[in-house]
Structures are given as C-alpha cells and as structure tokens.
Design a binder for this molecule. Structure first.
Ligand SMILES: Nc1ncnc2c1ncn2[C@@H]1O[C@H](COP(=O)(O)OP(=O)(O)OP(=O)(O)O)[C@@H](O)[C@H]1O
Ligand SMILES: [Mg+2]
Length: 452
C-alpha cells in the first residue's frame, strides 16, 4: 500500500476500524469499471472521520492500478477565490493527479503542475487531451470566458474517462463551500456564485467518473445537493461518528504509542469508555497539552477527559464551539439554546413544538418555535422525525456532553458535574471488568487452561 496523498490523520497507521464502511465502499469501487456505481455523498456529523476515510480511499485506488479507477481528490477550501483562478486550480489538480497515476509519480499528487508543464507533458507524451485542454483554457482566459474555463475544468474527469476508455473517481471534500467562496469579481467582492454547485448536475450521473462527495456541515451540504443536483442523484452513505468498542480501544493504543503517552491496560479501557469510542475525542484526549496530565490512573483519565470537554482552550471545545456558534448565529437565539439543551437531555423521545411550548413555558407561537427547530435541525444539532412536527435531540454522546457543559449553567443555573458522571461510568466499567475476570477465572478453573 502506498500513501501518495498525505493524509490528514498524520501517520497512516493511526487509522483504525471502519471495516464495515470499507467493505461497502470496496464493493462499490469494484463495480465502477462495469459502470454500475452511482455517485455518493457521505453523511456524518462533524469530526466523525469523513476526510480521513475518503483520503484513504484515494490512496487505496492509487495503490491498486489494476482496478483501473483513477482517483482525483479535491478539497474545496474555505478561501475566497476568483472564478478563473479556481477553474485553473481545479484543472491543474485533476491533470496532475491523473499524470501522477499513470506515471506512478507520488510527488505530483501533492504538488500540482502548472498549465505550462501540463501542456509540455501532453506534447512529450502524445496526449492530445491535455494539450487541447490547456490551449482552450488559456484562450478562454484571454477572452474572459470564465464559464467556459470552468466547464473545461469540471467536465475533465468525465471527458478523460470517455475518451481514454478508463474510469475516474471524483472525490470532493467540503463540497458545500463551492456555493460560498468563488466569485466572478476579481477582488472577490459582491456575492459568491451560489449556483456553481449546479455545474455538477449532469456530472453526478456519470457512471464512468462517479463522484464521492462529503463536507463538514452536513445539513448545509444536503441542502446544496438537494437544490442543485436533484434528489436521488447522490446516494446517501451514512457513517456513525463512533467506532466499534474494539476499534476504539485500538485507537487508544495507537494514539498513545505514536504520541508517546503512557497508559495502562486498565486506563486504555477507561479512555475508550469515556470517549465513547469516538476517534476524534480519543485523539484529543491523548494528544492534549493538559498540565499534570497522567493517563495511567483513573483520576488522571477523568481530569483529562473533563478538560477536553470543559476547558474553552481544548481542541474538542474549540471545534464544537465554533460549530455551535455558527449554527446558533443563524437561528434566532431566543429559546434556541434552552430547546437544544432540553432535546439533548431527553433524546429518547420525539417532541413537537407544542410539547416544548408547554414543557419549557415558551412565550412564542407554535409556528415561531417550529421555525427555530427546523433551523436547529438544518444545522445538524437535532434530528427530525417522520412527521413534519417531530423533533428529537441527537443520540450523540459526545455532542450531548459538549452541549450540557456549554449551556447547562447558563440555562439551569448550575454547571453540570461531569467529573461525577465520569467517575460513575468508570466505577461501572471496573465492576463489569472484575465480574468478567471472575467469570474467566471460573472458566479457567474448569478447563485447567490459564493461558487467557
Ligand atoms: N478511523 C479512525 N481511526 C483513527 N482516528 C480517526 C479515525 N477517524 C477519525 N479519526 C480522528 O478524528 C480526526 C477527525 O477526522 P476527520 O477530519 O476525517 O473528520 P471529518 O468528519 O472529516 O471532520 P469535519 O466534519 O471537520 O470535516 C482525525 O484527524 C483523526 O485524528
Ligand atoms: Mg472533513
């Protein structure tokens, strides 16, 4: 296995689990040569491992040229860009990754060639497609035909697949950003080109260059897709933010080993339990710079986990606070926080706007309450039920802890004692483990085999 695309995870060995997801995706990839794979969107909440997953798919395809699917990965950055520059950036990334694949040149994956160099390569290797594309891009640039430039760029994978009788996988990360950061104006003033996502309308139906799309803001991403790509064009692929217990434990050991952090077999279990096998949570706890950090004792683990959840400077808090703020800024604040906290605390049932009005004594109309709930669900902070008026807190342990810590004091008047919650969990874990050890011991006594 080769890793030409530098993965965001850092050391590739850190990536664990996701066996089920890789099995499904591997099957899908294996059907691309037969044109049987429809484009997909990976739907999963913030920090659940979407980027590391799609980057690994890139490297797997790159390492298996016999499958005949050439991967193209493009991250649509949160940077303002002028339309023709964006078109050239997209094209150069695509062409360079294509050349990298056929030449088996890892360097080109991370360092795209310029248009000039792409043309030179095309001439030297009798690749007319590349030469013609570069000529057309430059000609259109000269004439100010920016729409044509973008068309040449975004259609390139499909066109190359058709002409060269090969297959591409177009992986677009942070796809929603395409509606917010590309400007017709050279100085990036005025409004961005919101409809740019629509350029992928027909391309998303390509069976010779299908797309695999994802992004950090799932509610927003799905809205963009529904508006510009027609429902059903991208099959939804759901991914849980949590690993299995076994994979979570493996993540704890890996992050500790690579981060040179001392842990014991007991505390590894505790870290996994308190982080709920959430790989981002685990990585934050093990990598954080908390003073007096000691992951070899139960108290040390509790303090470190508590720091990640409750200290504003921790990576977990910063990540989630940025996300919550962005969503809450969009929602009219009045009662939004208290509804969010209430739904999260009682995430075992659905609530209607009328239920919430009565329960929380909200002096807003049912319609006003519903509007805020819809906005919260569009920001992925709550779920919606089958009927139009059902809403539910996310059954997401990490997010609940963050919400409780952030809003409980402000709304209920007292801060939650999360350390106490963690202590109770550790106690249960320890007693379960000693029961297990007891059972194992009895089993060994019966069989006479103590090797376990
Ligand atoms: N399977 C995994 N094994 C080990 N660590 C993982 C795994 N998945 C995610 N992580 C950890 O979680 C971090 C976040 O993952 P990633 O950036 O891929 O999430 P994301 O869903 O793309 O986030 P965002 O919503 O911000 O785009 C990674 O940097 C890595 O440390
Ligand atoms: Mg990501």
């Amino acid at each position: 296995m080769q890793y030409p695309l530098i993965e965001k995870i850092g050391n590739p060995e850190l990536l664990v689990g996701r066996e089920k997801e890789f099995r499904i995706i591997d099957k899908w990839l294996s059907l691309i040569p037969n044109r049987m794979s429809k484009s997909k969107v990976i739907v999963a909440r913030r920090k659940s491992g979407k980027t590391v997953f799609v980057q690994r798919i890139f490297n797997k395809l790159w390492s298996d040229p016999n499958l005949g699917v050439i991967p193209f990965y493009f991250d649509i950055a949160e940077n303002q860009a002028w339309y023709p520059d964006f078109a050239i950036d997209y094209y150069c990334s695509f062409a360079s990754q294509y050349i990298a694949f056929i030449q088996r040149d890892e360097q080109l994956v991370n360092k795209p060639l310029s248009l000039k160099k792409i043309r030179e390569y095309g001439l030297a290797n009798s690749n007319e497609l590349l030469v013609d594309d570069v000529d057309l891009l430059l000609e259109n640039q000269e004439m100010g035909l920016h729409d044509s430039m973008w068309k040449t760029a975004c259609h390139a994978p499909h066109r190359f697949a058709a002409v060269l009788k090969t297959r591409f996988l177009v992986i677009l990360d942070e796809f929603q950003n395409i509606t917010q950061y590309i400007y017709r104006d050279e100085k990036c003033e005025g409004k961005p080109i919101e409809s740019l996502a629509g350029s992928f309308h027909s391309l998303s139906e390509s069976k010779i260059a299908p797309m695999l799309v994802t992004g950090s803001y799932v509610g927003w991403l799905l809205q963009v897709i529904a508006k510009y790509l027609e429902a059903g064009r991208l099959k939804h692929f759901y991914m849980s933010p949590y690993l299995t217990q076994d994979a979570g434990l493996q993540a704890v050991y890996k992050y500790a080993e690579f981060g040179q952090e001392a842990i014991t077999n007991e505390t590894a279990l505790m870290i996994n339990q308190l982080c709920m096998a959430d790989p981002f949570f685990i990585s934050c706890v093990i990598e954080n710079q908390y003073e007096d950090k000691d992951l070899t004792t139960a108290d040390g683990v509790i303090n470190t986990v508590n720091y990640e959840i409750s200290d504003r400077r921790s990576e977990m808090s910063e990540t989630w606070n940025e996300y919550l703020q962005l969503t809450l800024d969009k929602v009219n604040e009045k009662y939004a926080k208290s509804m969010l906290l209430h739904l999260s605390k009682h995430a075992d049932r659905y609530w209607t706007p009328k239920d919430l009005k009565e329960e929380l004594g909200i002096d807003l109309s049912i319609d006003q309450i519903k509007k805020r709930l819809v906005q919260l669900s569009e920001g992925d902070l709550i779920d919606r039920g089958v009927s139009d008026i059902q809403f539910k807190g996310l059954s997401d342990g990490t997010l609940n802890l963050i919400l409780r810590n952030r809003f409980e004091e402000e709304i209920d008047g007292f801060a939650p004692d999360l350390k106490d919650v963690f202590q109770k969990q550790i106690k249960t874990l320890t007693s379960e483990n000693s029961k297990l050890r007891g059972l194992l011991y009895h089993q060994c006594e019966r069989t006479g085999d103590y090797s376990a």
